[in-house]
Design a binder for this molecule. Structure first.
Ligand code: UDP
Ligand code: MG
Length: 325
C-alpha cells in the first residue's frame, strides 16, 4: 500500500494566490501519484486562518470540484503557527506523511519530490532549508537572518534558514501532539521530538501575488515569542547581570566609606544619582523579563485550546477505498 501524503497550507487573506497555488500543487501531487511514490488518496489541505477576503469560499469551491482538496476553517485568525498546528493535528490520523508549506509558493515545490524520497528511505522529519535568499529584498534578508541568529544566541535552537516548510511522518506528528503547551513554537519544538531527520535545500522564490503577512513588527514579536517559550536564557542573563551589579555596588560602598572618612561626602552626589538611576533601570528591565515568563505561566495554567476547528472538509469514503488497495 502506498503512503498517503497530505499537504497542509495555512492561508490568511490569500484569495490572490490560491487558485494558482491549488493548480500547481495538484499537478505536483498527480506527478507523484503517476510515479507511484504516493497513494491516490493524497490530499491538499488548506487551513483558512480567519481570512477577511474570499479565501474560504475559494477553498469550498476547490473541494466541491475535486476531492483532492480539503479545507479546514478556523473560527478566527490565530496566526500562522496556530493555523499550521490546527492543520497538522487535524490531518494526522488520515495521513502517513504531512508536508507543511506557505500558500504563496515561495518555497520551491520541486523540493517535495526529494522530501518524499527521504521519507520513503525511512526518515521521519525532513527540513526544507533555504540555500539562498537572492530573491528576497535586502531588508527581508537581513531581518530574517538576524531573526535566526538572535534566536540561537538566546538559546532557542532552531534549524538555520528553515521556516515551516517540512515533512513529518505520522509518528513524528504523534510526538508533536504530546506537546501540550499553549505557546507552541513549532520550529523550536519539532527538533525536540527526536526521530531521524534530514535536510533538503531549495531556493526561496518571490511571492507571486499579494503581499507578505509577516511585516517586521510581527517577525519581532515572533522572535520574542520563540525565545521566551523555548529558553530561560534571558533569566540567566539577568541573574548574571544582577551578580555583576552586586560586585560593582560593593566597590561603590568601599569608595563611599573612603570618601566619608576623608570628609568629602557631598561630592558623592553624582555617583549616588548615577547608581540610583542605573539600578532603577536594571530592576525595571528585570521585572519586565520576569513578567514575560509569569505571563506565560499564567496562560499555560489556563490551558486554553490552541485552536478550534469550525469545519473540516474531507472526502469521505476514500479511506475505505484505500484499505482495499
Ligand atoms: N498566515 C496565516 N495567518 C496569519 C499570517 C500568515 O495563516 O496570521 C499564512 C499566510 O497565508 C502564508 C504563510 O502564513 O501562507 C506565510 O505568510 P507570508 O508568506 O505572508 O510570510 P513571509 O513569507 O513574507 O514571511
Ligand atoms: Mg511568504
Amino acid at each position: 500500500m502506498k503512503h498517503k501524503l497530505y499537504l497542509v497550507i495555512p492561508c490568511y487573506n490569500e484569495e490572490e494566490v490560491l487558485p494558482e497555488t491549488a493548480g500547481r500543487l495538484k499537478e505536483k501531487i498527480n506527478s507523484l501519484i503517476a510515479k507511484e511514490k504516493i497513494s491516490k488518496e493524497s490530499r491538499i489541505v488548506f487551513v483558512n486562518d480567519g481570512s477577511k477576503d474570499r479565501t474560504w469560499e475559494l477553498i469550498q469551491q476547490l473541494h466541491a470540484q475535486d476531492e483532492m482538496f480539503s479545507g479546514i476553517n478556523l473560527s478566527r485568525n490565530r496566526g500562522h503557527q496556530n493555523a499550521l498546528l490546527a492543520g497538522l493535528m487535524t490531518v494526522k490520523d488520515h495521513a502517513d506523511m504531512v508536508i507543511s508549506m506557505d500558500a504563496d509558493l515561495q518555497d520551491d515545490i520541486n523540493a517535495i519530490d526529494e522530501m518524499v524520497d527521504k521519507y520513503l528511505s525511512g526518515i521521519d522529519i525532513v527540513y526544507g532549508v533555504r540555500s539562498s535568499r537572492a530573491k528576497d529584498t535586502f531588508f527581508k534578508k537581513v531581518t530574517a537572518e538576524g531573526f535566526y541568529r538572535l534566536m540561537n544566541a538566546m538559546g532557542a535552537n532552531t534549524v538555520f534558514n528553515h521556516a515551516d516548510y517540512r515533512l513529518m511522518s505520522k509518528r513524528a506528528l504523534e510526538g508533536l501532539a504530546e506537546f501540550k503547551e499553549v505557546n507552541l513554537f513549532l520550529r523550536g519544538v519539532v527538533p525536540m521530538i527526536g526521530y531521524s531527520f534530514d535536510v533538503v535545500y531549495y531556493e526561496r522564490g518571490e511571492r507571486f501575488a499579494g503581499e507578505s503577512k509577516y511585516p517586521l513588527a510581527k517577525m519581532l514579536s515572533f522572535a520574542i515569542e520563540g525565545i521566551t517559550s523555548l529558553s530561560i536564557k534571558p533569566i540567566r542573563m539577568i541573574t548574571g547581570l544582577g551578580f555583576v551589579v552586586f560586585l560593582v555596588s560593593i566597590c561603590i560602598l568601599i569608595y563611599s566609606f573612603i570618601r566619608h572618612f576623608m570628609g568629602a561626602t557631598i561630592v558623592g552626589w553624582t555617583t549616588l544619582m548615577v547608581s540610583v538611576w542605573a539600578i532603577g533601570g536594571l530592576i525595571l528591565l528585570s521585572l519586565g523579563v520576569v513578567g514575560e515568563y509569569i505571563g506565560k505561566i499564567y496562560l499555560e495554567t489556563k490551558a486554553r485550546p490552541r485552536f478550534i476547528v469550525e469545519s473540516f472538509l474531507h472526502g469521505e469514503g476514500s479511506d475505505a477505498k484505500c484499505e482495499k488497495e
